[in-house]
Design a protein around this ligand. Sequence first.
Ligand code: CA
Length: 453
Amino acid sequence: MRRAETWRDKGRLHFTHYRPEQSWSAVRAAGVIVHPTVDHGAHGEPFSLSVAQAVICHRRIVASDSGNLPALLAGYSAAEIVPAGDARAVTGALRRALDAPRSSRPRPTWRWPGACGSPSPPPAGSTCPSTAPSPPPPDPEVPVSTPIILDCDPGHDDAMAILLAVGDPRVELKAVTTSAGNQTVEKTAMNARRMCSLARAFDVPVAAGYPKPLTGTLLIGDDVHGETGLDGWEFPEPEVPLQSAHAVDLIHDLLVDSPEPITLVVTGPQTNIAGLFARHPDDRARIKEIVCMGGATHRGNTTPYAEYNILVDPEAAHEVLASGVPITYCGLNVTHQAPVTSEVMQRILDVGTHISKVSASLLGFRSSTYDQIWDLPDAPLHDPVAIARVLDPTLVDCVEAPVSIELRGEFTRGATVVDLYGVTGRTPNAKVATHLDTERFWDVFMKALTALG
Ligand SMILES: [Ca+2]
């Protein structure tokens, strides 16, 4: 057996030729692609640069062979080009490409179509026609769509987050997975199916995750969200089915199969994500970032200092924070800048669709419970703020800060301890949202709602 070549990207990327199945996705997650006409590694066969026709790093060709590449690789720009079969030259070119500043890398404007435009690599030995269709030229008017997986616990505000994710073209909703939180995991999965069906997102898979937190018993939020977890509307039987796969398996498969890192938006307790990292530690390198609704820079909402999502499973939140995956917290301090006022409710109704009518009814129920519990009839719409941060980061200002999850406090378990002023001297380990552009946020939400029809 030949000596395995190893490439590293600042310690994150680790790829060896002859152990392809596990490492292959890490390479692709880092933006390195070997042209799929030789993508046998993903299917368990040895991959070798000696048969590679092209090696692509962050959408730029760094190595290529001859043949029908011009047609096959239309849409890619060239960095430096070295012979694809020269492992030493390719390794050097890849290192230089991976070390290039992010800003100098072209933004992806179209999706990897698979060999010859098909979703799967062709059988070994087959050849692509020289007239393979070229990808469409990038349209500057069409926004780049960020692939996301929404892990949530619907829940009324999760429900609105689903609608925003489906209705705004700047995110591509790859899946909805549910955690136990606002209601049992069976009910949150049912509610995710209801909302995807309502939004006619029939191709978005929905899967249920763990039934309880890593430690302790589940604290449901039926005081806010009711017996079903989504009280306030009588839903028909959902058309979107429940996947038989566990949420963790679905997330893992999507991460492995994706040609680019995926953003996880987490708007419930973080149990599923902690479980994912425990079972598949390599998946950390396949995630672009985690944007969560959770925590607060000041006070909590379920105990004086703990916010609900973190309080339900503090150990999971701690594991996710310690994973090293970039994480952004959209906490109560910023989500309370999105109150559903009577004016907002009227705007939702004015959209004039069935979906807007259902939304207004759901939010009306939630406002009534917020009014009873917190004397807050203009209930803040927490979870869509995390989606907003992904689809347009300028909507949500963030600062970098050291964050810790309180696991033991007698009165403060589940609190996010955010060192906004650097008094602890710790290195910042998270982004923390501090301000929401409320006016533009509601404009974006209404636009998405309108787009859903
Ligand atoms: Ca939620």
